[in-house]
Design a protein around this ligand. Structure first.
Ligand code: FNR
Length: 381
C-alpha cells in the first residue's frame, strides 16, 4: 500500500492494473479472447451458485476492535505441512494458456516470487515438470488430481508429482461429470478437445503407451483418448484407500460442502477438506460455499485441515472465511484475470494486493494475527 502511494505521490506512477480486486473481472473481459472469456468467467447454468457465493460474503459484517496494538502483524502459518506467508493459496485451475500464452508457467513464477503455494491442475496446459522448473526448487507446490479412469495413468501422475516436488495432494471430487456451462455449450467449445490443458497426459509414458500412434502424428486421436480418461463418474469412497496407499503426503478432498461428506473424509483417513463449489461452475443452484463452511469446520475442524474457496475477491472476504472456520483460502478467477492482463506481473499484482488488503484488514480490526479471528469477529448483516 505505502509503495503504491509513494509511487503515485513522488513519481506520478499509478498501478498498471486496478487494485480493486472485485473489479478485475471487468478489466479482464476487455482482453480475453471470446473462447477464453466463455471458459474462464462464467459459471454453471443460470449462474445462481456463483452469485450466491458472493451474496454469502455480503451477509456478514466485520466487527472492528480498537486500541489493541496493530503495529506488527504475523500472518504466517503452516497448512498441510507447507509454510505459507499468509493463509492464501492459488486454486488449481487448468488450461491457463487460454488466459495468457505463458499460462501456468507465469502463475507458478508469480507464486514462487511471493512464496504463495501454487496448486497444479491435472488439466494444466503445462506439465508437472515444466511448472516445477518454472517455480524453482524452493517454491511450495501441491498437486490437484482429477482421477483418470486408467489406474496406471493415475499412478504415473502421482509418481511424477512426487518426483517433481509437489508435497500435498488435492483430490477434486465435484467433477464426476462436467457441469452444464451454457457459455461453452453455445460455442461448442471444450478446450481439452483442442489439445489445450492436457499436457500432463500428452507427456505421460503410461498414457502414451495406450495410443495406437504417437501424439505428434495424431494429436486428435490423443485428445479423444484423453476424453475416455476424464471425467471418472464411477469413483466412490471405497477408492480412497488406493490413494492413501500410493501417496505418502497429506491428502485433501476438494469440493466438500455437506457435513456428512466431511465426516466421511475423516473416516477415510484424509488430512483435509476444501469447502468449495468449484466457483459455481458445477451445480447450478447449489449452496454458497461460505454458507456451508461453518458447519463443516465445527464438525471436523479439530481432526482435519479445513480450507475454503469459491467467491473470495478481497482481503475482507479472506477475514470472513477465516473467522467462519477456514485455516486458509484458495483464490480462483482473480488469479486468471491478473494473468490475462499482464502475465506473471499481473498475477503478482493480484496476490500482493490481496495479501496487503488482508494484512490491513487484520490490523484495522484490531488483530495482530489471523489466528485471533473467530465467530466473534463477525455479525450478520
Ligand atoms: C477452475 N477450478 C478447477 N478446480 C480444480 O480442482 N481443477 C481444475 O482444473 C480447475 N480448473 C478451473 C479452471 C477455471 C478457468 C476456473 C475459473 C476454475 C476451480 C477452482 O479451483 C476454484 O474452486 C474456483 O475457481 C474458486 O472460485 P473463484 O475464486 O473462482 O470464485
Amino acid at each position: 500500500q505505502s509503495e503504491i502511494y509513494l509511487n503515485g505521490m513522488l513519481a506520478g506512477r499509478t498501478p498498471a492494473i486496478t487494485t480493486d480486486l472485485a473489479g478485475l473481472e471487468e478489466r479482464a473481459r476487455e482482453v480475453l479472447p471470446p473462447e477464453a472469456l466463455g471458459y474462464v468467467v462464467p459459471s454453471a447454468g443460470s449462474g445462481a451458485t456463483a452469485r450466491a457465493n458472493r451474496a454469502a460474503f455480503d451477509r456478514w459484517r466485520i466487527l472492528p476492535r480498537m486500541l489493541r496494538g496493530a503495529a506488527r502483524r504475523d500472518l504466517g502459518c503452516t497448512v498441510a505441512g507447507t509454510d505459507l506467508p499468509a493463509p492464501v493459496l492459488i486454486a488449481p485451475m487448468g488450461v491457463q494458456t487460454l488466459a495468457h500464452p505463458e499460462g501456468e508457467l507465469a502463475t507458478a513464477r508469480a507464486a514462487a516470487a511471493l512464496g504463495v503455494p501454487y496448486v497444479h491442475s491435472t488439466q494444466a496446459s503445462h506439465s508437472f515438470e515444466q511448472v516445477a522448473e518454472a517455480g524453482g526448487p524452493a517454491a511450495p507446490r501441491w498437486y490437484q488430481l482429477y482421477w483418470p479412469t486408467d489406474r496406471e495413468v493415475c499412478l504415473s501422475f502421482l509418481r511424477r508429482a512426487r518426483a517433481a516436488g509437489y508435497s500435498a495432494l488435492v483430490v477434486t471430487l465435484d467433477v464426476p461429470l462436467m457441469g452444464w456451462r451454457p457459455a461453452d455449450l453455445d460455442r461448442g467449445f471444450l478446450p481439452f478437445l483442442d489439445g489445450v490443458g492436457i499436457a500432463n497426459y500428452l507427456t505421460d509414458p503410461a498414457f502414451r503407451a495406450g495410443l495406437a500412434r504417437p501424439v505428434e502424428e495424431d494429436p486428435g486421436a490423443a485428445a479423444l483418448h484423453w476424453a475416455g480418461m476424464f471425467p471418472h463418474p464411477q469413483l466412490g469412497w471405497d477408492d480412497l484407500p488406493f490413494l492413501r496407499e500410493h501417496w505418502d503426503g497429506p491428502i485433501l478432498l476438494k469440493g466438500i460442502c455437506a457435513v456428512e461428506d466431511a465426516e466421511l473424509a475423516a473416516e477415510h483417513g484424509m488430512d483435509g477438506v476444501i469447502v468449495s463449489n468449484h466457483g459455481g461452475r458445477q451445480v447450478d443452484g447449489a449452496v454458497a460455499a461460505l454458507d456451508a463452511l461453518p458447519a463443516v469446520a465445527d464438525a471436523v475442524g479439530d481432526r482435519l485441515t479445513v480450507l475454503f474457496d469459491s467467491g473470495v475477491r478481497t482481503g475482507a472476504d479472506v477475514v470472513k472465511a477465516l473467522a467462519l472456520g477456514a485455516r486458509a483460502v484458495l483464490l480462483g478467477r482473480p488469479v486468471l484475470y491478473g494473468l490475462a492482463l499482464d502475465g506473471q506481473r499481473g498475477v503478482e499484482h493480484v496476490l500482493r494486493c490481496l495479501l496487503a488488503e488482508l494484512d490491513l484488514t487484520v490490523a484495522l480490526t484490531g488483530h495482530t494475527s489471523h489466528r485471533e479471528l473467530d465467530r466473534r469477529t463477525l455479525l450478520p448483516a
